[in-house]
Ligand binder design. Sequence first.
Ligand code: PLP
Length: 486
Amino acid sequence: MNAAFDPERFRREGRAVVDWLADYWATLADRPVSLPVEPGAVRRQLPAAAPETPEPLAAVLADLDRVILPALTHWQHPGFFAYFPASTAPPSILGELLAAGLGVQGMLWSTSPACTELETHVLDWLADLLGLPARLTSRGPGGGVILDSASSGVLVALLAARERATAGLTNGAGMAATPAPLTVYASADAHSCVEKALGIAGLGRETLRRIAVAADGGLDAAALSDALAADAAAGCRPCLVVATVGTTARGGIDPVSAIAAAAARHGAWVHVDAAWAGTAALCPEWRADLVAGTDAIDSWGTNPHKWLQVNFDCHCLWLADRAPVVRALSVKPEYLRNAATESGAVIDYSDWQVPLGRRFRALKLWLTLRLTGAEALRGRIRDHVRWAGWFAERVAADDRLVLLCPPSLALVCFAAAGGDAATANLLERINATGRVLMSQARVAGRTAIRLAVGSPTTRREHVEGAWDTVVAGLSRMPDGAPDRHG
Ligand SMILES: *Cc1c(COP(=O)(O)O)cnc(C)c1O
């Protein structure tokens, strides 16, 4: 008898874990968002070897309280405004639990038909809610898939783009067989995962053309046209353009329609990376900006694990045509052959991703949409954007601060009027309070403090509290004194 696989024990321990998490959330606001931790401090408190005999769950929960929680950054804390949110909520967590408990592998349709069909269906639901065109849903030759991350979405788009641009040569005989060097384009503010994907795919990071960003934070489409034409004239084969909708530093939005028109002249694939901002397309008032140009692109990806209260990992990637992806990634050895695949009537999602195995991620998206409802999800996003706008107005009205660009949805980028060192100093003071956590970036050539509203527990009063923390940090700054750091 497997003592660990005991449904009655699971009932008991499962309730205890749910209670522990509910207590954690109930007391989250009383904790510092994060505390300084010395490297090695966590491991010093852990035994050197794993136990030979079972320990009670209570001992593990006690260690979570004692060892683990003090060394965490609390991403669901109401004062968490750093990076982009990694939001979660009970509906998604229950979906995750169900996926873990069912423990199925959805690599092929035939290895668990419901795992594949629910995913295809829920991605059509979400595409419709976001206002994406039907050509990106399963009603056309493409459709949606859930991957682990936006970085994987970019890699899969690149592999498909390369397959299409070289008519399969790189997938067969390899890069050396291609008649022309492949080139890839993204704005100077595009996410680092584009460069990483080029390294992974073996194209080389130097094949990336970083295109200048216009004053509004979006890619300069004229500069892209010039770069594409210059490369084509020099004998290169433009393969992929990655457009960003909501850049990581400042939430800039690339002009997707103009990018798609420029790319079309060279047959290049257009992938839209809308990892964070894409979720806001749920709200019709922002949709036009966020999904503009999607009638002429090849793939579009967003992360419900950022702003849609679906726990990591959940990247949704939609393709206008699945064929190049499947050609690039499908390998069917004898042990995976089956009648459903041969019939051509089903999707085998392992052909749309790098790993073979895949878990039942659609459950957490399904539960989030069903137990929350689209209207409440829109309401949260609207609250976040409104509160960020309120915060930006306070910044703009304070002559000790500079609003570095207009707020982008729920993201505000600002700086101390005194310059970069003063800004870094202010950020240190803000975060040292433990009440809030903000992060930094370079925006328009300056050090910026970023406030991204998006934690599921944040309420308006917490954003007001964040403003109070900034004001307190300013009043404790060496007034007008030259910066210590020069
Ligand atoms: C967060 C982010 C990414 C990376 O997301 P992962 O899912 O962690 O890979 C990529 N692009 C943009 C624009 C992002 O904001």
